[in-house]
Design a protein around this ligand. Structure first.
Ligand SMILES: [Zn+2]
Length: 145
């Protein structure tokens, strides 16, 4: 391939739109980067946990049996967080996406109730909160008050 051609094909790469990155996240599903980040932070603090427990409602991301606590790592767009990142209406296929995201929100609520019904404490960490350490302090206050 000539240099000129290589440059041309590179130019074809398109920047991800919110919709597209949501799809990419959905495809990846488990073990997303924010989730790994949260797990690693907890692990460094000496917490031991189980991941994606099949026998619990919603197969929660992180389960801390010793603390009877579940930590869910939530993508803002995908789970309808009321923040600048999550509160963006999809520009294409708006109806489809709005309905889909609404279903996700409902399912999250249902799973939370089911987990709480089984005696678990449910802590949600949002993707946008990972930019500062406040989320971690909040979790620590709950786990090691
Ligand atoms: Zn958010």
């Amino acid at each position: 391939m000539t240099k000129k051609r290589a440059a041309k094909s590179k130019a074809k790469i398109v920047a991800p739109t919110p919709e597209r990155s949501a799809i990419m996240r959905a495809v990846k599903g488990k073990n997303t980067i924010p989730e790994k980040f949260v797990r690693s932070a907890l692990h460094k603090q000496g917490f031991r946990f189980r991941i994606h427990n099949e026998h619990m409602p919603g197969k929660p991301d992180i389960v801390l049996p010793k603390y009877k606590t579940v930590i869910r790592v939530m993508g803002c767009f995908w789970h309808g967080h009321k923040c600048p990142r999550g509160d963006r209406p999809p520009k294409t296929n708006t109806e489809y996406w709005t309905a889909k995201l609404q279903r996700n929100v409902e399912r999250d609520k249902k799973q939370k109730r089911a987990l709480e019904g089984e005696g678990w404490r449910v802590l949600d960490v949002w993707e946008c909160q990972l930019k500062t350490e406040a989320w971690f302090k909040k979790i620590m206050q709950k786990l090691r008050p």
